[in-house]
Design a binder for this molecule. Structure first.
Ligand code: IPM
Ligand code: MG
Length: 367
């Protein structure tokens, strides 16, 4: 199979981790007899520096023309980088939001799974680590507060900032359908997260989710308020299977869910539209403080490549091969610094970013 993949190395650790994901994909191509053709485009701070905007129309066209997009990370230090002195629509993150909207990537899948090998890295009680957890956050990605009109103006001698939160029934329905569909392939439970005790957008969310649930009598539905959900995630994460939620809540809860897996450096994500096209990226950011040191954890990006094989190319066996290879290196005790337990460092092998890519690539087999 021949596939065209547009890559967005981006900023910070982005270029390092995308290099490792390509290394692993190349090994998959070799072992399974496929051809992956890559084209790099600029997005984020590097695009601002080169082209004056965080994402050009040509880059959007290149992304659209591919079979899938593989991304590293974008952005810099928000307190010190000159990119954050620009007006908001010209900052690095605006490029990513524009790309998601232009490609209609409304469904963001963020799995949070505690690898048994990493249970010591879970910051929660030992019993929680023993029990394990495996959830999938289904985050709405092209609506809500991040895409409503916003402005800052002077009213009666002081600054007033407004951000509008809008959800249409159709936007809620299509993400709910995705959530229930994926729940059917998992443990058949959806917890829909909202703030229906305060927000109208959440009350509409709840109503539409309940309508969609009628078509899935085999899947259980529970509603949970977002503040309670934030608490339940650290109290007993094993209660969650599919977490269905709107854009901002999903942004916040997915960082929380990823941290309890031991490191935000482990979690992949897929952003999908109505076709098989998708954008695949780690859930973490660009970590500018460790960029260029070859110490970043490339596993989230490598696992994002596995999601790409599954969701966009229908290559399940190849996706399994990557996930098994990741499990294998963890079992063998290789750890990038973010997942290296401080107290038992001598039990593990401290591994650089590029080495981690080599080790995973070496373990790709067609079994
Ligand atoms: C994420 C990020 C983005 C978001 C930023 C970079 C715009 O935090 O993918 O979670 O808020 O969606
Ligand atoms: Mg985020």
């Amino acid at each position: 199979m021949k596939k065209n993949i547009t890559c967005i190395p981006g900023d910070g650790i982005g270029p390092e981790i995308v290099t490792e994901a390509k290394k692993v994909l190349d090994k998959v191509a070799e072992v399974f007899g496929h051809e992956f053709v890559y084209k790099d485009i600029l997005m984020g701070g590097c695009s601002i520096d080169a082209c004056g905007v965080p994402l050009t129309d040509e880059a959007i066209a290149d992304a659209k023309a591919a079979d899938a997009v593989l991304m590293g990370s974008i952005g810099g230090n928000t307190s010190t980088s000159p990119w954050y002195k620009l007006e908001p629509s010209l900052r690095p993150e605006a490029g990513l939001l524009k790309l998601r909207k232009s490609l209609n990537l409304f469904a963001n899948l963020r799995p949070a799974y505690l690898y048994p090998q990493l249970k010591d890295a879970c910051p929660l009680k030992e019993a929680t680590g023993e029990k394990g957890f495996d959830m999938l956050i289904m985050r709405e990605l092209t609506g809500g507060l991040y895409f409503g009109d916003r402005k800052t103006e002077e009213v009666d001698g002081e600054l007033v900032a407004t951000d509008i939160l809008v959800y249409r029934e159709s936007e809620i329905r299509r993400i709910a359908v995705r959530g229930f569909d994926v729940a059917r392939k998992r443990r058949k439970s959806v917890i829909s997260v909202d703030k229906a005790n305060v927000l109208d957008s959440s009350r509409l969310w709840r109503k539409v989710v309940e309508e969609v649930a009628k078509d899935y009598p085999d899947v259980t539905l529970e509603h949970m308020l977002v503040d309670n959900c934030a608490m339940q995630l650290v109290k007993d994460p094993s209660q969650f299977d599919v977490v269905l939620t709107e854009n901002m809540f999903g942004d916040i809860l997915s960082d929380e869910a990823s941290m309890i897996t031991g490191s935000i450096g482990m979690l992949p994500s897929a952003s999908l539209n109505d076709t098989s096209f998708g954008l695949y990226e780690p859930s973490h950011g660009s970590a500018p403080d460790i960029a260029g040191q070859n110490i970043a954890n490339p596993i989230a990006t490598i696992l994002s490549a596995a999601m790409m094989l599954r969701y966009s190319f229908n290559l399940d066996k190849e996706g399994d091969a990557i996930e098994n290879a990741v499990r294998k290196v963890l079992e063998e005790g290789y750890r990038t610094v973010d997942i290296l337990p401080k107290t038992e460092e001598n039990k593990f092998t401290r591994t650089a970013c590029s080495e981690m890519g080599d080790l995973i690539a070496e373990r790709i087999v067609n079994s």
